[in-house]
Design a protein around this ligand. Structure first.
Ligand code: JFZ
Length: 477
C-alpha cells in the first residue's frame, strides 16, 4: 500500500491465482513457427541478431533467469534528480500544498505544482558527467544483483535517450552521450540483465498522457494520440536501440483501467513480443487486469505477499522513503532489514528489486553505496541460499529456501531464539546434519517426538540473518 498516493488501490492477488488459458497459451506459443532473423540497432551500431518469432518462445524458458535471480537493482533517475526533493523554497513532503504530502521526489513536478516551463528548463542542469556505467554495473554485481531496471521514462515524460518522437529527451540536455547504450554495453559485458521502466500510462508532458488523479484527464481520443504517437514508438525505440531483457510498466488504482484497456495492454504486449520474444513484461502493465501473458507479478511499493502469488513475482523496494534522489530524506534502511526482506522474498519464491536514486550528475549517494556493499558482503557468504533456490515458505523465526534437488534446505533465521533452540517442527524428510552456512560451524539437530529442532550458539553469529544449512536425506523419514 502506498500511503503517499491516496487513490492507490491494493493489488488483488487472488485475481491472479487462477489463470486459465495460461497452459493452453504456453502450448500454442511452443508449437509455433521458427525463429526469424532481424536487425537490432544497438548503441549506434547495427548488428544482426537472432530474434525468435513471438509465438516460438516458451514462457517458462523466457522467465528462467528472472526466477533464479532473486535480487535486482531498480534505478529512478531523471530530470527530477536535479532537484533532490526541493524546489523554490518547498521540500517534499510539504503539507502546505494540497498535493504536497509525499516523499516521492520523482513526483516533484506534480506535487509542488512546478510550471511546465520551469520544469522543462531543468534539462540544462541534467548533465551526468559522473555517470560511469561500468562502475555502476560492477557495484550492482558485487551486491549480488543479477539485473538492473532503470527509468528510461518516468511520469514526467522525459526520455533518458535521444528519442526520435519527442524532443523532451536527452538531446535537450548538455549530455552528448548515449547513457542507455553505455549501460546496456556494461550490462552485457558483465552478465547483468537490463530492464527499462517506461511510464506508458502517466505522461505529464504529452498532452494526451494520463495525469495525476487530482488533475483533469485527457479524453480517450487524446490518449490514443499519445499512445500511437509517443508511448508505442518509444517502447519500439528502446527495443530497437538497446534490446532490453525486461520492461517495467507502471499503473495503479482504478483510473488506469479507463486508459489501459485490454486492447491497449495487448497491443503493447504484442509489440514487445514481436520485436523481442525473450523480453519480460511486468504485471503493472495493467495492474487492474494484467491478463495471462505478463511474465511476472509486481507487488505494491515496499509490499510483500503472505504466500506464493501463483506466478513469478517481485517486490519493488526503496532504501529511503523516496525512489528518485531526495537529498533530505534521511530514512535510510539498515542493511540487516534489507537482507531480511530479500530472504523473505526468496522464501516465497520471489525477487527483491531494491532501488537506487542517483544524483543528477550520475554519482551515487554515499549511504546507497555503503548499503550495496554491505548487502554484497552478506551475499558473498550466503548468496547460495538465495539465488537459484526454490521456495519453501515462511516460519515464525524467518523462512526456508532449498536447493533445486532438495538435498539442502536453508533456514533463514531472522529472529534468534532466546533459549538457543530453533524449532523446526515436523519435517517431510530426515535432516542429516546442519551447520552455520557462513562459518561452517556445526550445530546439533535434535528430535523430540516427531518434531525437530536445532541447538544454536547463545548469540546470533549474524544479527541480520544467520543462514543454517541443513543436509537432507533423499527420502522421507
Ligand atoms: C509508482 C510510481 O508512481 C512511483 O513514482 C515509483 O516509480 C513506484 C515504483 O511506482 O508508484 C506506485 C505505484 C503503485 C502503487 C503505489 C505507488 N500501488 O499500487 O500501491
Amino acid at each position: 500500500m502506498n500511503p503517499f498516493i491516496p487513490s492507490a488501490g491494493r493489488f488483488n492477488l487472488h485475481r491472479f491465482l487462477l489463470i486459465p488459458g495460461l497452459g493452453l497459451l504456453a502450448v500454442v506459443l511452443f508449437l509455433s513457427p521458427a525463429p526469424a532473423r532481424a536487425a537490432i540497432t544497438f548503441a549506434g551500431t547495427t548488428a544482426v541478431a537472432t530474434v525468435t518469432n513471438p509465438v516460438a518462445m516458451d514462457p517458462v524458458a523466457r522467465r528462467a533467469w528472472f526466477v533464479d535471480a532473486r535480487f535486482g537493482l531498480f534505478m529512478h533517475w531523471g530530470l527530477y534528480s536535479v532537484l533532490g526533493g526541493a524546489w523554490n523554497g518547498h521540500t517534499l513532503p510539504d503539507k502546505s500544498l494540497p498535493q504536497g504530502n509525499s516523499w516521492y521526489a520523482e513526483w516533484i513536478k506534480a506535487r509542488l505544482q512546478i510550471p511546465d516551463a520551469d520544469y522543462r528548463a531543468l534539462v540544462k542542469d541534467f548533465n551526468p558527467v559522473n555517470f560511469d556505467a561500468e562502475a555502476l554495473v560492477l557495484e550492482a554485481k558485487r551486491a549480488g544483483m543479477k539485473y538492473i531496471a532503470l527509468t528510461a521514462k518516468h511520469h514526467d515524460g522525459f526520455a533518458l535517450w535521444d528519442s526520435k518522437v519527442s524532443d523532451f529527451s536527452l538531446q535537450a540536455t548538455p549530455c552528448r552521450r548515449d547513457i542507455l547504450g553505455e549501460l546496456a554495453a556494461a550490462c552485457r559485458k558483465h552478465g547483468i540483465k537490463l530492464g527499462f521502466y517506461y511510464s506508458h500510462w502517466q505522461d505529464w508532458e504529452a498532452p494526451g498522457g494520463a495525469k495525476p488523479d487530482w488533475q483533469p484527464q485527457p479524453t480517450d481520443a487524446e490518449f490514443e494520440k499519445y499512445w500511437q504517437g509517443k508511448a508505442l514508438p518509444q517502447v519500439a525505440e528502446l527495443i530497437d536501440r538497446y534490446d532490453p531483457d525486461l520492461f517495467w510498466f507502471d499503473t495503479w488504482g482504478n483510473d488506469a483501467a479507463k486508459k489501459i484497456t485490454p486492447v491497449r495492454r495487448d497491443e503493447l504486449i504484442h509489440l514487445i513480443r514481436t520485436k523481442s520474444p525473450r523480453c519480460l513484461i511486468n504485471g503493472r502493465i495493467a495492474a487492474h487486469n494484467p491478463g495471462p501473458d505478463v511474465d511476472f507479478l509486481e507487488m505494491d511499493d515496499n509490499s510483500y505477499p503472505a504466500e506464493w502469488p501463483g506466478k513469478p513475482w517481485q517486490s519493488p523496494a526503496t532504501m529511503q522513503n523516496s525512489w528518485g534522489w531526495h537529498a533530505t530524506d534521511y530514512h535510510w534502511k539498515p542493511s540487516g532489514e534489507m537482507v531480511r526482506l530479500l530472504t523473505k522474498c526468496a522464501s516465497l519464491g520471489g525477487n527483491y528489486l531494491l532501488n537506487l536514486g542517483p544524483k543528477a550528475d550520475g554519482s551515487l549517494p554515499d549511504p546507497a553505496v555503503r548499503r550495496l556493499r554491505e548487502l554484497g558482503g552478506w551475499m558473498a557468504a550466503n548468496g547460495v541460499s538465495v539465488q537459484g533456490t526454490a521456495r519453501v515458505g515462511l516460519t515464525p523465526w524467518g523462512g526456508w529456501t532449498r536447493s533445486q534437488d532438495d538435498s539442502i534446505r536453508y533456514a533463514q533465521v531472522h529472529h534468534w531464539p532466546a533459549d538457543g533452540v530453533l524449532p523446526l517442527g515436523p519435517l517431510d524428510k530426515t535432516p542429516l546434519s546442519a551447520e552455520i552456512l557462513e562459518t561452517r560451524q556445526p550445530v546439533e539437530l535434535v528430535k523430540a517426538g516427531n518434531a525437530w529442532s536445532i541447538r544454536l550458539p547463545k548469540v546470533a553469529p549474524d544479527p541480520w540473518d544467520t543462514v543454517i544449512r541443513v543436509h537432507m536425506a533423499a527420502t522421507a523419514p
